[in-house]
Design a binder for this molecule. Structure first.
Ligand SMILES: O=P(O)(O)OC[C@H]1O[C@H](O[C@H]2O[C@H](CO)[C@@H](O)[C@H](O)[C@H]2O)[C@H](O)[C@@H](O)[C@@H]1O
Ligand SMILES: [Mg+2]
Length: 269
């Protein structure tokens, strides 16, 4: 662990208010906070495959109850495609940013979506065919984005890095590589989770509130940075040290998605 990460770890676990207290602070001052929640690894436990996730039965209703206590100021901010993420929490629909912030449904229901192109469809088809014989590798078609998963084939990480870097270069400047947990993605470069958080805060019912951003992966660091810059709270699920050895931008930690779900369940009551 780098020196920077060590001092960050100490800072996070020293006299700072434990995250559980920070979140329960919301109980006292409901008009003050806006909650921005990542999905995979934050609300929902990680699974071997993108479709292997299990949504705990009480989670959708708890999210709805927390949202109502915050006057609707709860948004999901995910790398998943917006329609896929929406289905996870039926019958409820929340303000949501998908594809790492590239597409968004605002509180009034208006959707700013991003669509694929014939060229990008060809690129995705090429990835499927190039990896057809790579056991355990899973190509995830997300419409205007694509993910290459190696959770079940860690030995293929280097091959996938090279393949996705070439594909991203072919895709051009409208796209960017996004690394994550056992995945490399090519996504629209037009936004980030930090920009999505800022856009929500320009609109009711988020405007005038301070952000609480909670996430678990590299893509969420942009959300943490923006929340911190706006005087809000940033909470990472997991360690203070990122896989690359750098310290997280988050100012607080939670141990697991289960711990966050318990806090939200208590807050929902
Ligand atoms: O921003 P998030 O909501 O956290 O979404 C990030 C990515 O989540 C999914 O991949 C991750 O979760 C999978 C299921 O647990 C896991 O198998 C995979 O290894 C993780 O990387 C999703 O498949 C991606 O599209 C999201 O970008
Ligand atoms: Mg996540």
């Amino acid at each position: 662990m780098s020196q920077q990460a060590k001092s960050r770890e100490a800072q996070l676990t020293s006299g700072l208010t434990p995250p559980g207290t920070a979140v329960s602070d919301l109980l006292r001052d409901l008009d003050r906070w806006a909650l921005f929640l990542d999905i995979d690894g934050t609300l929902i436990d990680l699974a071997d495959t993108p479709d292997g996730i299990v949504v705990p039965a009480d989670l959708p209703a708890n999210l709805d109850a927390v949202s109502k206590k915050l006057g609707g100021a709860l948004a999901l901010v995910t790398g998943r495609a917006l329609p896929y993420a929406d289905r996870l929490f039926q019958p409820y629909q929340f303000p949501i940013a998908g594809l790492h912030g590239a597409e968004r449904r605002m509180s009034d229901g208006a959707i700013d979506c991003v669509t694929s192109t014939p060229e990008f469809e060809l690129l995705k088809a090429g990835l499927f065919s190039d990896t057809a014989g790579w056991d355990g590798v899973l190509i995830e078609d997300k419409g205007a984005a694509v993910g290459a998963h190696y959770r079940q084939a860690p030995e293929r990480q280097t091959d996938l890095e090279a393949l996705m870097e070439r594909a991203a270069a072919d895709a051009g400047s409208d796209f960017t590589l996004q690394r994550g947990k056992m995945v490399i993605e090519i996504r629209p470069a037009r936004a980030s989770k930090g920009e999505a958080l800022r856009s929500f805060l320009d609109e009711p019912p988020f405007a005038g509130r301070l952000p609480v951003a909670i996430g678990d992966d590299l893509t969420d660091e942009a959300m943490f940075k923006t929340a911190n810059a706006l005087g809000g709270l940033s909470i990472r699920i997991g360690e203070a040290t990122l896989p690359d050895g750098n310290a997280t931008q988050a100012t607080m930690l939670l141990s697991s998605a289960a711990e966050l779900r318990d806090i939200l369940a208590g807050f929902a009551r």
